[in-house]
Design a binder for this molecule. Sequence first.
Ligand code: FEC
Length: 307
Amino acid sequence: MVKTVGLLVMAYGTPYKESDIEDYYTDIRHGKRPTDAELQDLKDRYEFIGGLSPLAGTTDRQAESLLDALNDTYNDVEFKLYLGLKHITPYIEEGVKQMHEDGIEEAVTVVLAPHFSNFSVGSYNKRAKEEADKYGITLTHVEHYYHQEKFIQYWTQKINDTLNDIPESEHDETVLVVSAHSLPKGMIEKSNDPYPNELHETAKILSAQSNIKHVAEGWQSEGNTGTPWLGPDVQDLTRELFKEYGYKNFIYTPVGFVCEHLEVLYDNDYECKVVCDEIGANYYRPAMPDTDPLFIGAIVDEIKKLF
Ligand code: FEC
């Protein structure tokens, strides 16, 4: 007999229209409204990348691809898709409530972020569980998939393809910058959070499996909280690496993200490129996983381990 199981795909969320930006930013700030200057700064960044972020559409396509791949993989289960966003509707709680209304008693949850931190994936899972407990829905959480073979294969191929665009004589003057979203340092250290180590592991595996000779680890997109965040920041790192080694080519792989959005299109493609232009180096940023079968397959393989 085929049983129906919920597939709760969780993601950051993005404004759907300009007038959503203020509430979205307020939600990110745990209910504290940004100042007019902060709000304008965010609006300007969205404007710079074309008005709004492509994230909403991509999240939908990634979720649909995962649903199809899972339903092709399991013969005895029919997965039904629900979306749960962190900072905008449909919020995580709304997705879980909808599962209950549809009679779902068991679900698998996945966050569209490959590394685990108690303050990222852990907080999505906590919200989903708190809501699911109200209805007696049993959840199986995917915690991370950065180590899955297909995820590594995806990035290894992208790095090698990018290297192929760079003359071989310059490979020794090329560096790979492996990065993820920064988080406040105090919070991470106090709780012995696995997040920094998971990024470190990713960089180590990519260094061993791809043809790149030089690899550096960095953090990006840090917020404005007045407290220290995990570093080095990718822009500072670019300057330091250039100063110390004189690299000619910088390849950025923001492996903590899974598609193009504000933090990649602005923080990498604009801010890091500005630094590369300033020092006279070439900027490369391979395509993000999006709905690539290797990426979707990596999540399916992780789910197969757990469910
Ligand atoms: O394209 C888009 O519209 C949305 C892109 C976007 C993604 C994303 C992912 C992560 N964030 C994480 C942590 C924080 C912390 C703060 C914070 C602030 C922002 C702001 C915007 C924003 N984040 Fe985000 N994040 C994205 C967008 N993020 C916009 C607010 C303006 C700014 O600071 O730039 C700081 C909160 C505070 O001020 O107190 C912390 C983490 C991820 C990766 C994991 C995940 O996707 O959940 C961690 C995509």
